[in-house]
Ligand binder design. Structure first.
Ligand code: A8S
Length: 181
């Protein structure tokens, strides 16, 4: 319902076409996830934009340190993931961070896991509150990734979707709690 409303919004429509219509080659898969958050966009952006601190809301991240840059575009982070996943580490680069349009793009460039050539784009969209400061935010996150040899597109996307959905729900829980204070 909210997403439908948003899609009708000209600016969001343009951003959806520009950022969330990935071109897939035959050995790739991808999808777009949506999360509505009952917290104002500036608050959600302040948490999301911290490339150096994904563990603020990503529950599968055990630790993270920057190996290049200071959190701006071109920075590289070394992520260690919690145990129990088919992965241990991930090396990720910040490709775009647009504080005006609220666009963040990340590439996974290495690490010990199966999501090769993973690239994601996350954008935030404000649902207007009529000026009383109680605005909501819609998060759109899309990604493209290579399908590993011996895996199906469905299984690969199902795995990535599960992680992203957890991340977005956790971002919602955190910022909704912060918004109450
Ligand atoms: C993100 C998105 C994803 C992260 C995946 C899909 C990952 O960090 C985890 C398990 C893996 O097998 C791959 O925005 C990788 O974080 C939790 C280590 C990359």
């Amino acid at each position: 319902m909210l997403y439908k409303e948003l899609q009708g919004h000209p600016r969001t429509k343009a951003m959806t076409v520009q950022y969330h219509t990935p071109k897939l080659s035959s050995n790739q898969c991808g999808s777009t996830l949506v999360q509505t958050i009952d917290a104002p966009l500036p608050l959600v952006w302040s948490i999301l934009r911290r490339f150096d601190n994904p563990q603020a809301y990503k529950q599968f991240v055990k630790s993270c340190r920057l190996s290049a840059g200071n959190g701006g575009v071109g920075s590289i982070r070394e992520v260690v993931v919690v145990s129990g996943l088919p992965a241990a580490t991930s090396t990720e680069r910040l490709d775009e961070l647009d504080d005006e349009c609220h666009v963040m793009m990340i590439s996974i460039i290495g690490g010990d896991h199966r999501l090769v050539n993973y690239r994601s784009t996350t954008t935030l969209h404000e649902i207007s509150d009529g000026g009383n400061g109680s605005g909501k935010t819609v998060v759109l996150e899309s990604y493209v990734v290579d399908v590993p040899a011996g895996n199906s597109k469905e299984d690969t996307c199902c795995f990535a979707d599960m992680i992203i959905a957890c991340n977005l729900r956790s971002l919602a829980r955190l910022t909704e709690k912060m918004a109450k204070f």
